[in-house]
Write a protein that binds this ligand. Structure first.
Ligand SMILES: Nc1nc2c(c(=O)[nH]1)N[C@@H](CN(C=O)c1ccc(C(=O)N[C@@H](CCC(=O)O)C(=O)O)cc1)CN2
Ligand code: MG
Length: 290
């Protein structure tokens, strides 16, 4: 058996077309959704993601503002930019690309973003709302994974979902979103003993641990849906996930590739959150004429 490929590029494209149509409607009403992205320092991977975010937001018709700050920027100066963007009515989404240099406290910066513009869904207020099931911005990677599952008609209710990884931006929110959809959720992490004992029970296995080929066929139940969030470089510098794709595919009923699985959905859901924020501003008549 060879599991079906879950194509994040194709599914992301479908959703982006829907977003583009809704942006066009908003613009016809005089409101242009605006996304501001703050990039600190010269981390090459971060720069690539930020460039893709800018390009993708423009492709769906949004306004995009990139604020590039040197690695030496002080926390105070960075917070000043956040405050300015909080007060700018032409900006509906603000994101600060992570990771930040170590002299800056990420929690201070995330908490300074107006929760109504926090299109990453990282602000503690939005995380809290997400956990109690209130409408809010959902963290883009887990939200994208939910969309991948929905659009491939993967049943979630009553299924056992096992998450490998407990980061604040992927693992933790992922489990909550699956729980809300009535999955039975198990969290595993780097200190879990006998990992395979847990992962072999998974109907849906989500791996976000940041280690190349950490999960292979012995961890997977036949017929499981496998979602690989990892983005690592192998010994030849080739991008690869946390799952040994070829071996895992033999056991899985469906699996995401790396690249081309979860990654493209992260940016798609950022656009969806920004659109939603602009639609809310339009309803409140606070979206300025462009
Ligand atoms: N403020 C944020 N910072 C970070 C986030 C985030 O959601 N918000 N997530 C990651 C990085 N990230 C977006 O920022 C991101 C990572 C990967 C991709 C992606 O499309 N990956 C492609 C492969 C790209 C390549 O070839 O290098 C794929 O998987 O197909 C998009 C976004 C950490 N920081
Ligand atoms: Mg991917």
């Amino acid at each position: 058996m060879s599991g079906k490929l879950i194509d994040g590029i194709a599914i992301g494209k479908e959703i982006r077309e829907e977003i583009k149509a809704r942006v066009s409607d908003l613009k016809a009403g005089g409101c242009t959704p605006g996304l501001a992205v703050i990039l600190v320092g010269d981390n090459q991977a971060s720069r690539t993601y930020v460039t893709n975010k800018e390009k993708s937001s423009k492709e769906v018709g949004m306004k995009s503002e990139l604020i590039e700050l040197p690695v030496s920027v002080s926390e105070e100066e960075l917070l000043g930019h956040v405050t300015r963007l909080n007060n700018d009515q032409s900006i509906h989404g603000i994101l600060v690309q992570l990771p930040l240099p170590t002299h800056i406290n990420e929690n201070h910066v995330i908490s300074a973003i107006d929760p109504s513009k926090d299109v990453d869904g990282f602000h503690p207020v939005n995380v809290g709302k997400m956990i109690i099931g209130q409408k809010t911005f959902l963290s883009c990677t887990p939200y994208g994974i939910i969309k991948l599952l929905e659009r491939t008609n993967t049943e979630i209710s009553g299924k056992h979902a096992v998450i490998v990884g407990r980061s604040n931006i992927v693992g933790k929110p992922m489990g909550q979103l699956l729980l809300q959809r009535d999955a039975t959720v198990t969290y595993c992490h780097s200190k879990t003993k006998d990992l395979a004992e847990f992962t072999k029970q998974a109907d849906i296995l989500i791996v976000a641990i940041g280690k190349t080929k950490f999960v292979s066929e012995e961890h997977i139940k036949k017929g499981a849906v496998v979602i690989d969030v990892g983005m690592n470089r192998d010994e030849n510098g080739k991008l690869c996930g946390d799952v040994d794709f070829d071996k895992a595919r033999e056991k899985a009923s469906a699996i995401t590739p790396v690249p081309g699985g979860v990654g493209p959905m992260t940016i798609t859901m950022l656009l969806k959150n920004t659109l939603h924020s602009a639609e809310e501003a339009f309803k409140k008549e606070t979206c300025t004429k462009q």
